[in-house]
Write a new protein. Structure first.
Lengths: 958, 376
């Protein structure tokens, strides 16, 4: 074998303090590295147990690889032992390891390889936190997004997130010369030494390489016991150390002129560091709160405006209220900070905007900070709200517990006269087999809050099983006039520490546990934990714990897991497909059954609906079955059988149906038997390239394309509304001529009839009433197409014009209906109420088109349908270049073919809207041409033609 | 440099194809450096290449291709006699590997170029030697194949698993493998004279199959040719899609500007007679033909369909990359190079320089460094 290099490649400095038990494991993880040329330096911080002896024994056992050093006196931190270790290290590189953690087997090899290859001073890699107290050693990656791919930085300024977030010193490998040459050492006598050290190292490094490999296992034991008040106070005093470390880092950043890094760090401080302490504030008295606020204010008040500008609503509110020491308003804000979807404050409406509190609205700056209109609280119904419920009393007497609290009543959603009922629910956190509810007598409406109080006979009524249900959460269900909201109990200043435990009698006997102890969850909510008080319970529980890891228990758990896997397998997609293929499709076809589906079951709408209604109108003797997606069918007809998409019932219905009618596609992998006729109505003419004209499909491999083609071949008939469809859609989906139904779209019959002057559509009328549209106002429908991100997911909807400006300019005589993608939720400020209405949730767009006097769209296929009405269309194509040059491409140039104005900016749009009369007149002829070209077959009798052809004039299935 | 015993273990010794050519070239290069090289195949080749008198030893474990691994019957699991018989059979063959490995001097290196072969190496005794696994395709291609699970299983504990590029290696790391490295393939040819880039010819070289996406290229060409008349697209290669492609070409009215030139034995010659190279594949691993074009000083336009493509072609430096499937963009890139002689020259010259990264000698150095590193 060739000679081993004289110096070690890596020196791993393992620090230890009173941890003799785990030290050998840590050292072992270095000795078992795949890179053999490593040395271990154990730096003992003057332990009082046998750690040093263990270290010496390890050194004796591996004389050429392990050395042990001992500090003369305890340093109290991690920094000094590491410093001493580095001093005696001989390796080309240095890594740090704590005695309770371990290195991944390939860690050193991967680190050295990356460092050598890229000539980096510092290599950083992924750290994984292992929750050793969790059942399956839960693993959580530490800032994984920084470590998705290998990358080399010439300065940490290229990746501020690295500097700001990954402040560990242990998941890194340092060139030893680099540490020595830059005098890099850990500070002494102060907490958060890692923060300063890694900041210094990042800033000094000429080159930093990040690798995606896992190198370090950080074993953590989550504190399960209740944090004591003194614990919490301690944390506040640690804050002083943290601020001091940050000031030292600031000084270095200042010297180097790293303003951007400083800004990023300030933002992180406000968003993360501060939050760590804010969450303790509800439990501390005003004196501590004041001390903390002073420390914080002193540090953060000099942060630049830009740092505050980066904060989201809730963070900004917390920061400002903290600086003002407004505890009353801050505590609810902290609650929302920890529970993001919770509404915690009574809120107030002023001039059409919603504010967190009315207290500072005279101050313009505070006014903008406190403006929470965009959070959309005001648009929610009570049953959609998750409300703050502040616990105001907790007393345990014997087996009874008295609980009282106040549920916030934001914007007085609950009216003073509302009929109120409430109950408390106790439910085990892990897979509860049972829940226990307790009535709450007479909740009281007190304006901003609903107050409640209940005496709960916990000891008598709550019967946990024991072992499997150790932790119990508490919820309050409050019902006001039939609308129910569920909240959790936020503990805050109520003293749980000195409250008595409640005796409890688990069903598995008191050997499991004998007490219920009140505690606070990580999110600040009241919970109860089973504990063992008597000796009997303690020894009983210990015995059970031991047995839980014994062989019979393992076998039982294994059997249970296999059973669950079997159940999962039976209901899995593959199994369902097999059964569909081998069994269901062999059942006889049920004559007269028609399975309808619209947009993958998401709606009762579109052409399938129009055909269904025509069949119903004629009283055709068919058995209709509608498919729906989601938990519950909403808005589907009551006189049809409803089956959930992908359910067994759905598969059976499809397997035995005589007709399939849908507008997008039944699950691609379901084959269609020859006896079934599939009428594909499709859902819109195309501007964007589709099907095999679209790069995504074209790039598929041959087998993938073949299987897609097979799914398309299931169509027996394909509805088109113009020769444009034949040239584009039919070609793109490779539909042969004989399958084409040149009938036009059944869904558009209503539009054509309206154009021909039919009496107003009753459904449209009902809709107008439901939406509260003033019949004297003009109605505009804004229906843009959705935007997808690079990952293909639908992007959040954003108005490409100022909707408040719109309301100000046109609100008096116009109503704007906004229809975004059904996945999008938009938030409209109260100021535009009445003049702008969100209609995204309406299942069917046809009645909306009927109501609208004009349409604003961009590239949506709604243009082809709406044109049938011969009413003005405005094409607001603010991002045409981006859209047209998108990888898909378009079938024609919209800018030159559009039968209406094509404003490119919000101003141009508003100008056009101001003069809609002219728009109609000017574009009338072009609109006609457009309809002739793209909707020639839409003549108002599509549904009738289709029903005639397939179900006969009498409506009988042929 | 230490001279070692080096074993290549692959599905076959001399199968015609990418891995086979790579293996023969690499074995030769290492043998030329004085290492004692043995190439072991599990089974005889389907379409054997003639190796001539190779400077390395060759061995094949089976005289006939062994049957596939039987699927264990559900109830019996690993105790299924059919599975046991198969494993016993494999062990016998693996014993021959063990004999070979034991006869080698300590510090030998075993390079397993394909995961199927690794199933035998895993059963053999490799004590005292380093095992290097390889995956000769892009992560994405592998992920869609049955090899994916086997790579994760059999290569999990080898001393190093080499992907073709850093990006592919990172993806494997993301799958939980922590022993990843990467090693590009060497340039298969060392061309003497580069292209003068004076001919108005765009070249495409590759099998005429769906995967190579020549149909996409024709669509792009229909746009590009219209804007740059006088240029010819010369398509080298043959394959099952030829008739269909010729038909498409006629449908698009491109017969005048497209030349189906058939398969060529003289790739450098074909490249020298062109000024731009284009590749429109649906999937690739580490496309050597791009490397060859660059080594001939021909700038490349390609779909950015795999990390191997990005690794070879530097966008806007020595070539132009288009988003996969975006024929409009591919056409725009072609037009840019066709219309700008200066750009062709500067990118072509840069391509010549950057292709040197894959020079056989450079890659051989990297292999030897890796052997030393794994000994540490």
């Amino acid at each position: 074998m060739s000679t081993v290099a004289p110096e070690p490649d890596v020196s791993v400095v393992v620090i230890v303090y009173n941890d003799e038990e785990r030290l050998p494991t840590a050292v072992g993880s270095v000795l078992e590295q795949t890179l053999r040329n490593v040395e271990v330096i154990i730096a003992d911080d003057c332990s009082t147990d046998g750690s040093y002896e263990v270290a010496q024994a390890l050194a004796a056992a591996h004389p050429d690889k392990v050395r042990a050093i001992r500090l003369p006196e305890n340093s109290g931190g991690c920094g000094e032992p590491r410093n001493q270790g580095v001093k005696v290290a001989r390796g080309r590189y240095v890594m740090f390891l704590d005695s309770d953690d371990t290195l991944e087997r390939n860690a050193c090899r991967n680190m050295v390889e990356a460092a050598d290859r890229t000539d980096a001073d510092l290599v950083s890699a992924l750290c994984v936190r292992v929750h050793t107290d969790s059942r399956h050693d839960k693993r959580v990656q530490w800032y994984p997004w920084l470590y998705r791919e290998t990358r080399t930085l010439d300065s940490v300024a290229e990746l501020p997130d690295l500097f700001v977030f990954d402040t560990l010193s242990t998941n890194k490998c340092y060139r030893r010369d680099f540490l020595l040459g830059n005098d890099l050492a850990f500070p002494r006598g102060i907490h958060y030494e890692d923060l300063l050290f890694s900041a210094q190292a990042y800033l000094a490094a000429r080159r930093i390489t990040l690798i995606p490999n896992t190198v370090y296992f950080w074993n953590v034991v989550q504190k399960t016991s209740v944090k004591s008040i003194s614990n919490r106070r301690n944390e506040i005093s640690n804050f002083a150390d943290r601020v001091e470390i940050h000031r030292r880092i600031d000084a270095i950043l200042d010297r180097q002129g790293q303003d951007e890094l400083k800004l990023r760090k300030d933002i992180k401080f406000l968003k993360h560091d501060l939050v760590l302490y804010l969450r303790e504030l509800p439990f501390l008295d005003d004196d501590y709160r004041h001390r903390f606020a002073e420390l914080a204010r002193d540090y953060v008040q000099d942060f630049p405006e830009a740092a505050y500008a980066e904060l989201d609503r809730v963070h900004a509110i917390c920061a400002q209220l903290l600086l003002r020491e407004d505890w009353t308003d801050l505590m609810p804000a902290i609650d929302t900070l920890l529970n993001r979807n919770k509404i915690s404050a009574p809120l107030t409406e002023r001039d059409g905007r919603i504010y967190w509190t009315d207290r500072y609205l005279d101050d313009d700056e505070m006014r903008s900070v406190l403006d929470v209109t965009t959070l959309g609280y005001h648009a929610k119904q009570l049953n959609q709200m998750y409300l703050r419920n502040r616990l105001t009393e907790y007393t345990a007497r014997g087996g009874d517990v008295v609980l009282a609290g106040e549920v916030v009543n934001p914007l007085h959603t609950i009216a003073p006269g509302a009929k109120l009922t409430a109950e408390l629910e106790f439910r085990a956190r892990r897979r509860s087999l049972q829940t226990f509810t307790f009535p709450v007598p007479a909740p009281r409406h007190q304006g901003d809050v609903i107050a409640w109080r209940a005496e709960v006979p916990l000891a008598r009524r709550l019967r946990p099983l024991g072992i499997v249900d150790d932790v119990w959460d508490v919820r309050l269900h409050l019902t006001a006039d039939g609308k129910r909201t569920t909240s959790r109990l936020t503990v805050g200043a109520v003293d749980l520490e000195h409250a008595d435990d409640v005796p409890v009698r688990p069903r598995l006997t008191r050997l499991m546990a004998d007490r219920l102890e009140a505690q606070v969850s990580a999110k600040g909510h009241l919970a109860f934990r089973l504990t063992q008080h008597s000796r009997l319970a303690r020894t009983g529980r210990a015995a059970v714990e031991r047995n839980l890891h014994g062989r019979p228990a393992r076998a039982a758990k294994g059997a249970y897991r296999r059973l669950r896997a079997l159940r999962r397998d039976l209901n899995s997609g593959t199994r369902k497909l097999q059964v569909y293929e081998r069994m269901l499709t062999r059942l006889p076809v049920r004559k007269g059954t028609v399975v309808f589906e619209s947009h993958l079951g998401k709606q009762y709408s579109d052409s399938p609906r129009a055909i269904y209604e025509e069949l119903r109108r004629r009283g055709a003797p068919i058995t209709p079955i509608w498919s729906y997606a989601g938990e519950r069918p909403e808005g589907f007809p009551k006189d049809a059988e409803l089956v959930r998409r992908w359910s067994w019932g759905y598969l059976k219905a499809l397997a035995q149906a005589e007709y399939w009618i849908d507008n997008q596609g039944f699950p691609l992998r379901l084959t269609k038997r020859p006896e079934t006729t599939y009428i594909q109505t499709w859902h819109g003419s195309a501007l964007k390239r589709m099907g095999f004209d679209e790069p995504g499909l074209r790039m598929l491999s041959e087998p993938e394309q073949r299987s897609y083609q097979q799914a398309l071949d299931r169509f027996d008939h394909f509805v088109v509304r113009s020769e444009h469809d034949v040239r584009t859609l039919a070609r793109a989906y490779r539909i042969p001529e004989h399958k084409l139904l040149r009938t036009g779209y059944p869904r558009n019959d209503a539009l054509v009839r309206a154009r021909q002057g039919a009496a107003s559509n009753p459904e449209a009328q009902r809709l107008a009433e439901r939406l509260g549209i003033d019949p004297d106002r003009r109605v505009l429908l804004y229906a843009p197409t959705f935007r997808a991100g690079s990952d293909g997911r639908v992007k959040d909807f954003e108005f490409p014009f100022d909707v408040e400006d719109f309301a100000a300019r046109f609100g008096d005589d116009c109503t704007l209906l906004v229809r975004a993608h059904y996945l999008n939720r938009l938030t409209l400020p109260p100021s535009v109420a009445g003049s702008v209405i969100d209609v995204s949730a309406e299942p069917d767009i046809t009645p909306l088109m009927l109501l609208a006097d004009a349409l604003i769209t961009d590239y949506s296929s709604v243009m082809f349908d709406y044109a049938l009405l011969q009413r003005p269309i405005v094409f607001y194509v603010h991002d045409w270049e981006e859209y047209a040059q998108d990888t898909r491409g378009t079938y024609f140039d919209l800018l030159s073919e559009a039968p209406g104005p094509v404003p490119r900016t919000a101003e141009e749009l508003f100008d056009v809207l101001g003069d809609l009369g002219t728009v109609g007149a000017v574009h009338e002829a072009r609109l006609k041409e457009f309809v002739d070209k793209y909707g020639e077959y839409d003549r108002g009798d599509a549904a009738a033609q289709i029903v005639d052809r397939f179900f006969g004039p009498a409506g009988e299935a042929r | 440099m230490t001279q070692r015993d080096i074993f290549f273990v692959a599905n076959e010794v001399n199968e015609l194809g990418g891995v086979g050519r790579w293996q023969t070239q690499m074995a030769r290069l290492l043998a030329d450096r004085g290492h004692r090289v043995t190439v072991v195949g599990i089974a005889p080749a389907h379409h054997p290449m003639d190796l001539g008198e190779p400077p390395f030893r060759t061995e094949t474990l089976y005289a006939r291709r062994p049957p596939g691994r039987p699927r264990a019957r559900r109830l019996l699991g690993p105790a299924d006699p059919a599975v046991r018989r198969h494993e016993a059979h494999m062990r016998t063959a693996a014993a021959r590997l063990t004999t070979l490995f034991r006869a080698a001097r300590p510090g030998a290196v075993i390079i397993v170029a394909q995961v199927w072969a690794m199933e035998w190496v895993a059963l053999a005794d490799t004590a005292g030697h380093r095992v290097i696994g390889m995956t000769h395709e892009s992560f994405e291609t592998c992920r869609k194949s049955s090899r994916f699970a086997r790579v994760k299983k059999y290569f999990k504990d080898v001393d190093r698993l080499l992907a073709l590029t850093q990006e592919d290696a990172d993806r494997w790391v993301g799958e939980g493998l922590n022993n990843l490295g990467f090693m590009p393939n060497p340039l298969p040819i060392v061309p003497d004279t580069p292209s003068q880039r004076t001919e108005k010819v765009v070249a495409s070289i590759g099998r005429l199959s769906h995967e190579k996406g020549v149909d996409l290229l024709l669509d792009a060409w229909a746009e590009a040719a219209q804007r740059q008349p006088g240029w010819t697209l010369r398509i080298y290669g043959k394959g099952e899609a030829e008739a269909e492609l010729r038909q498409r070409c006629a449908d698009l009215g491109l017969e005048d500007s497209v030349d189906f030139a058939g398969q060529t034995d003289d790739v450098p010659g074909a490249l020298r007679a062109s000024s731009v190279f284009v590749q429109s594949s649906r999937g690739e691993g580490f496309p050597l033909v791009l490397l060859e074009a660059m080594a001939c000083g021909v700038p490349c336009v390609a779909f950015d369909c795999a990390p191997g493509v990005r690794e070879i072609v530097g966008h806007e430096e020595d070539g132009l990359l288009a988003r996969p499937g975006n024929t409009f963009e591919l056409a725009r890139h072609l037009v840019r190079l066709m219309s700008d002689e200066q750009l062709r020259d500067s990118m072509g010259e840069q391509a010549l320089r950057s292709a040197r990264r894959f020079d056989p000698e450079t890659i051989t150095d990297r292999w030897e460094e890796l052997f030393d590193f794994l000994e540490r």
